[in-house]
Unconditional design. Sequence first.
Length: 348
Amino acid sequence: MSYKVIQWTTGHVSKEAVKGILAHPDLEMVGAYAWSEAKVGKDVGELCGIDPIGIKATNDVDALLKMGADCVCYMPNWPNVDEMVRILEAGLNMVCSLFITGTSLGEEQRSRLVKAAQQGNASLFGSGIFPGFAPFIAGLMATASRDFRRIRFLESVDLSHYAAFANFAALGWGQPPDEKWAEVNRIVLGPYGECIDLIADLLHIPITEKRFDYEYATAPDDREFFGFPVPAGTVAGQKCTWTGMVGDNPAVELDVVWKAGKNLEPDWSLFHGYTMEVEGNPNIRTRVTFSPSELKTDDLVAGGADLANQVTAMPVISAIPAVCDAAAGIRTYADLPLITGRYVHQPG
Ligand SMILES: NC(=O)c1ccc[n+]([C@@H]2O[C@H](COP(=O)([O-])OP(=O)(O)OC[C@H]3O[C@@H](n4cnc5c(N)ncnc54)[C@H](OP(=O)(O)O)[C@@H]3O)[C@@H](O)[C@H]2O)c1
């Protein structure tokens, strides 16, 4: 069975999503939405840095919604609930990289999505590397522990090589430290907090309270990343911690440490990837790191140097068949069948 997919935008993550859709044996790319005027009418392959694929990006939403697709791969820089409602009401399933449970959108907006999904008999699912894949892995790890009492995650990355660096301006990067950045981060990074709900659902943890903590680090000298200036003394790193308490036990702890280069003040240790720990009987620890593919046999794989975007896009793409087959509503890893990768034979 082949699922027809529309790609919504062709930004950093979306470019890798398009390559993932084209490479997946059960998916067929049928259309693409362009938010930027300049992208309208351009071939989607060219917009994604690969050969033309014969599909032109359009901003004609009505035409896209009527073309008989099964799913929209929704990846703008920020969720637009009105737009999401329109897609779901039109009966298209939706996968995205900016959503886990939707609780951080607030009850009113989340209810609109649930209602739209039910009206359109469609399902909505979000993943990515983290939020997304990392808590899913931790949930699976806990399978092997008899009486675990704590799940811990650490995302520890240097963003100097992250092409979407400018998106961090919204979190205070490149600007003077200020108390307000704590609240800004809590709101903007809401889907990380949603991972506490996801883990609680996956592992039946009766969370009684959720906490959020924020620390910043500053640049000791003037820096620039992808044309984005980070002057000395401004925010160049941050550590956000989400904790899910059960009484006085911090049962789920998520630490997200992002740095722009070395020698920040303070200079937190860097682990380059994801560390997941289950504290129980036995303790279980996994480190997930990524390195570029050696495969040269497939043009769709070549050129994908931005690993952060690949590993964000692929958990979303891999879920499309399960999401299309799922019951209407907001779906998570906790209520979908086990999602795995899809083998694609590459001769030689
Ligand atoms: N879960 C995870 O692990 C994870 C990791 C990284 C990123 N993300 C999330 O994934 C999403 C995509 O990230 P990205 O780095 O690919 O974003 P991006 O490249 O900065 O932006 C994606 C697209 O959004 C559209 N866009 C830009 N400005 C807009 C505006 N003002 N209003 C509406 N649309 C606008 C553009 O579409 P066109 O291409 O059509 O012009 C752009 O290409 C973000 O929400 C990000 O937070 C999740």
